[in-house]
Design a protein around this ligand. Sequence first.
Ligand code: GAL
Length: 362
Amino acid sequence: MERVLVLLGLFVLLAMVGKAQSDWKDVNGEYINAHGGGILAYGGKYYWFGEHRPAKGFITEVGVNCYSSTDLCNWKHEGVALPVSPEAESEIGKGCIMERPKVIYNKKTGKFVLWFHLELKDRGYEAARVGMAVSDTPAGPYRFVRSMRVNPGIFPMNMSQPDRNMQWDWDKYKEWWTPEWRKAVEEGLFVQRDLKDGQMSRDMTLFVDDDGKAYHIYSSEENLTLQIAELTDDYQGYTGKYIRIFPGGHNEAPAIFKHGNIYWMITSGCTGWAPNEARMFSASSIWGPWTQHPHPFIGPGAEKTFGGQSTYVLSLPENKYIFMADVWKPDSLMYSRYIWLPIEFDKAGMPVIEWKNSWKPK
Ligand code: GAL
């Protein structure tokens, strides 16, 4: 076990120093190609789902990749959990972009449910949809069910009546980043714009609470506002309950965990593939109120998340948590690297993520 965890730490070290030989390889010696990923713990194994990225370009050529491990260190390639479709008319046909896949297990239906950010062919990042696929087995293959915007025709629960009734003069807000535009964004300009077809959904994660309820947490409203939407009991759709948090706060890459009765969320700012200063939030209910705190990172490069961008927090037994991030290499996304670090808590109970060249749980 010790060897395993020191090795885990080594990935962190090597991701940081960025040597060519440092890339994390699977048990067959191939690069682990699972970016923007998340982990499912099921049946004594961990399943790592992530974006398969090509050596050149941004378009998804293969699909959602899956690896399995019993020790979180040695990963076996299980295959492509959700391949791009060969059918030209499919929403997940070649030319689409699939990002930030996350899988959760539904105890009631016995199905594994995969959600991911989907952009449609030849439309850049404009579609801002979420895709959903299901499988009877953890590693898949998953069957693509549909893609969607979030909660068409429904206002967020925490949007005030005056903001819901607002009649925007759209011509006034064509120019972005003006003080008037900012105020309008905070008051729900884009929520109104997208009400009919549903809210935008780009960077995303899923979270299953202790009571079995699951939530989709996603960058919405042109990446300016995070939203949290409750999923139906089968985890395959929305109940219609959702909220906006930090309107105009420009948060991406949400990663969430619950420690005791507190929900913690770590996000990044919005600077594309370039690292930036992370943010941290907490709440005692998933529905808020959410409070912002300083970022939890300590060590060289802490101000820029050690060069990475959050993707997931893996919750382990005995209140242990692993923060996972991607160190993007936009010239060759396939070779983007991974940072995994333990989350600890200071005397005040605040999460702390300290740079470690190697580490193991206490
Ligand atoms: C990042 C985002 C990634 C990807 C990228 C595309 O900001 O976190 O998931 O969408 O932009 O430029």
